[in-house]
Design a protein around this ligand. Structure first.
Ligand code: GDD
Ligand code: MN
Length: 390
C-alpha cells in the first residue's frame, strides 16, 4: 500500500539556535517511530538575518526529505500560506502539520496527531484548553486570562448560538495536522484575512465550515528555551478583527441582520399607519387590524425579496399560499405577545409595561419568528431545477 505523505511545516524567523536541533530530533527520534506515513520537513524561512537558512541547507545535505522555502517577511500567516501551497503543489502533501521551531511543542506529539488522523479525523489539533492541556507554568495571571478569555470570545463570536457547545476550545494553537483532500485544498490561501498569527483562527473556522471532523488532543505548551517570541504586539486586535469579519461574512448572520432590519421597518410601518388611521377617527379595531396587516405585508415582502433572497418564491400561487401561512405564524407572534404581556403585567404591575414589550420581543417573538421563517416559510426544501423554491 502507498503511504500517505505528511509534511511538517516549520516557519522560522531567527531560529538559528533551534532549527538544527529540531531537525535532528525529528529525523533521528520522531520519524523512525512513524511507520505508516511518508514524512518530510518544509522549513519556511523569511531570509532570517541570523542565517537560519544556512543551517537548514547544511541539514539538507544529510537528509533527503527536507525542503526550504525562502520568501519575504510578511508575518506568520503569510509564511504558512506560502508553505502550505508549497507543500501541496511541490511536495504532494496529503496532510500538513503546523509546527514551531522553538520546542514549545514537544515533537513527540507528532505521532499522536498522525494516529488520530488515521482514526478518520480531518483536523487534529493540539489543544491547551481541553482537560489535560496546559499553558506554561510561569505565565502570570493576566497572561493566562488574556489567552483563555481571548479563546472564549473568539469561540463565542464565531460559533454562537448554534454550534457553541461543541465548538473547539483552542482556536489559536500552533500545533495541528490538517488534511489536504477536501479541506486545505479548498481554502483560499491567497486571500487570508490576516497575514499574522490570526490566520490560525480563520483556517480553523473554515475547516469547521467545510465539515471537518475535528479532534482536540491535550498538549502541554512549554516555555521557549532559546530565542524570542515573534508574536507582534498588535496580535490581539488583529485577531478580534478577523473574528468579527468572519462572523459578518457568514450567510446566516447576514440573513439575521437583514431580518432584524426588516422587522424594525415593519414596526415603523405599524406605528406610522396606526397614527394615520386613528387621525381619520376610524374605529379603533379597524385601525389596529389594518396597521398590523400592513406591517405583516411589509415584513413578508422584504423578507422574501431580501432576507431570504436565495429561498424566495415568485410563482403567484405559491406566493399566495406562503403569504397566508405567514399571516398564521404572525398571528402566533401576536398570541405570544398578548399572553406574555398580560401575564407580566398582572404579575409585576403595569408600571413597567414599556419594559415588558421589548423584552418579550427580543427573547420570545424574535426567536419565534426567526424559527418560523427558517423552518416553515422560507425553509430550504424542494427546489426546482433553477434552484428556486417551488
Ligand atoms: N517565516 C516566518 N515568518 N516564521 C515566523 C514568523 C514570520 O513572520 N513569525 C513567527 N515565525 C515562526 C517562529 O520562528 C517560530 O518557529 C514559530 O513561527 C512560532 O513563533 P513564536 O514567536 O515562537 O510564537 P509564540 O510562541 O509567541 O506563539 C505560539 O503560540 C501561539 C498561541 O499562544 C505559536 O504556536 C502560535 O502559532 C500560537 O498562535
Ligand atoms: Mn514560540
Amino acid at each position: 500500500m502507498v503511504k500517505e505523505k505528511a509534511v511538517v511545516i516549520i516557519p522560522t524567523y531567527n531560529e538559528r539556535e533551534n532549527i538544527g536541533r529540531m531537525i535532528e530530533v525529528l529525523e533521528k527520534e520522531i520519524f523512525p517511530q512513524i511507520k505508516d506515513w511518508e514524512m518530510a520537513i518544509l522549513v519556511v524561512d523569511d531570509h532570517s538575518p541570523d542565517g537560519t537558512a544556512e543551517i537548514v541547507r547544511e541539514k539538507m545535505k544529510d537528509y533527503t526529505n527536507i525542503e526550504l522555502s525562502l520568501g519575504e517577511k510578511q508575518g506568520l500567516g503569510a509564511a504558512y500560506a506560502r508553505g502550505m501551497k508549497y507543500a501541496m503543489e511541490k511536495m504532494n502533501a496529503d496532510w500538513v502539520i503546523e509546527f514551531d521551531a522553538d520546542f514549545q511543542h514537544d515533537p513527540a506529539y507528532i505521532p499522536q496527531l498522525l494516529n488520530a488522523a488515521k482514526e478518520g479525523y480531518d483536523y487534529v489539533v493540539g489543544s491547551r484548553y481541553v482537560p489535560g492541556g496546559k499553558v506554561p507554568q510561569d505565565w502570570n495571571f493576566s497572561r493566562r486570562l488574556i489567552s483563555s478569555l481571548g479563546s472564549f470570545v473568539a469561540r463565542f463570536i464565531l460559533f454562537f448560538p448554534f454550534e457553541f457547545k461543541n465548538a473547539p476550545r483552542d482556536l489559536t494553537s500552533g500545533l495541528k495536522a490538517t488534511k489536504v483532500k477536501g479541506f486545505l485544498e479548498k481554502i483560499d490561501l491567497d486571500h487570508l484575512l490576516s497575514k499574522g498569527y490570526a490566520y490560525k483562527i480563520e483556517i480553523f473556522y473554515r475547516m469547521v465550515k467545510l465539515g471537518a471532523k475535528v479532534k482536540e488532543i491535550p498538549i502541554e505548551f512549554k516555555n521557549r528555551e532559546k530565542g524570542e517570541s515573534k508574536m507582534p504586539p498588535k496580535n490581539l486586535t488583529d485577531s478580534l478583527k478577523v473574528v468579527i469579519k468572519l462572523r459578518l461574512q457568514d450567510e446566516k448572520t447576514q440573513s439575521f441582520l437583514k431580518f432584524a432590519v426588516v422587522g424594525f421597518v415593519g414596526y415603523l410601518v405599524n406605528a406610522l399607519s396606526l397614527a394615520l388611521f386613528t387621525s381619520f377617527s376610524w374605529p379603533e379595531v379597524l385601525c389596529w387590524l389594518l396597521s398590523t396587516e400592513l406591517a405583516i405585508i411589509s415584513n413578508f415582502t422584504w423578507n422574501n425579496l431580501w432576507t431570504f433572497a436565495k429561498e424566495k418564491f415568485t410563482k403567484p400561487s405559491l406566493v399566495l399560499k406562503k403569504f397566508l401561512q405567514f399571516n398564521l405564524t404572525s398571528a402566533g407572534a401576536l398570541v405570544i405577545q398578548t399572553v406574555m404581556g398580560t401575564l407580566l403585567t398582572s404579575l409585576f404591575g403595569p408600571e413597567h409595561r414599556q419594559l415588558y414589550l421589548p423584552l418579550i420581543i427580543v427573547f420570545m417573538v424574535l426567536p419565534y419568528n426567526w424559527l418560523m421563517y427558517n423552518k416553515v416559510i422560507w425553509k430550504v426544501g424542494k427546489k426546482d431545477k433553477k434552484g428556486k423554491n417551488e
